[in-house]
Design a protein around this ligand. Sequence first.
Ligand code: NDP
Length: 284
Amino acid sequence: MAPNFLSQLTGSFAMPAAENPTVSMIEAAYRHHDLDWRYINCEVSPDALGDAVRGAKAMGWAGFNCSIPHKVAVIDHLDGLGQSAEIMGAVNTVVRRGHSLIGENTDGKGFVQAMREAIDPDGKSVVLFGAGGAARAVSVELALAGARTINIVNRSPARGGGLVGLLNERTPTSADLTVWDRTFAIPEGTDIVVNATSIGLFPDVDGRLDIDMASLTPGMVVADGIHNPPRTNLVRDAEARGCTVLDGLGMLVNQGVIAIKYWTDIDVDPSVMRRTVEELLYSH
Ligand code: NDP
């Protein structure tokens, strides 16, 4: 569909504006639902971020995504924040509400939405590897979705401790830290295991979490945040151990579904978006 004066604009602000599966995935959803909307990839340097946000507002954009390095810095240029974005201190989706631009974070919401197809996190006990941006987004949303306990397992004690402090102070969950300096055995009774590190991410596809594989048991749901490649070693290993597995594509697709819902108020079909991303990733 060609853009015209009536097209609603959305997009992504990033630096550099690398090839981004989100663009194809969101435009595929707009086409599928016959929406006269566009999603435009914009390269925005850090010193131009304020101007870019004011430009989007002046042009009546319905919203935009922010990626690295803008997820934190954009907050200074917005009119308000949603609950989880405020707790995380990071925004990946900006939504126009009336005359205001409000920052939300759909990374963790997308993850939890994908997870609900296998298990409801409410009352569950979680082991989560990592303490970076993805881990922060996912753990805060799991906590807000009612996860009873979250054991953060991270190599760096400082980063891990910071996230545990945030979870305990700002959410109802009970979080604790394990410093990951040896092979980790998943405690018995764990319901959900999450990889929110970058281990296994393309091109280091041979990467493997240092876990005692025998501690993965069939009752566990094991979710990987890595979407490229979707079938990581963790996904394969957990599947072989009889666990229920969720790949990172669900998180990627659902964060887009939620962003489109924020912008258009329409529930789009996730399968159209997933197919588009799979075609992109598998055609490498
Ligand atoms: P960060 O750089 O902020 O954090 C990386 C995390 O991985 C840290 O906790 C780091 O530990 C840990 N880590 C990296 N290498 C190792 C290693 N060799 N051994 C142990 N721990 C390691 O990255 P992000 O949080 O932004 O992103 C992490 C992953 O999440 C990315 O690969 C990305 O693909 C994925 N992601 C997926 C999304 C999706 O939609 N599916 C959305 C956002 C992210 P330490 O603190 O010790 O350095």
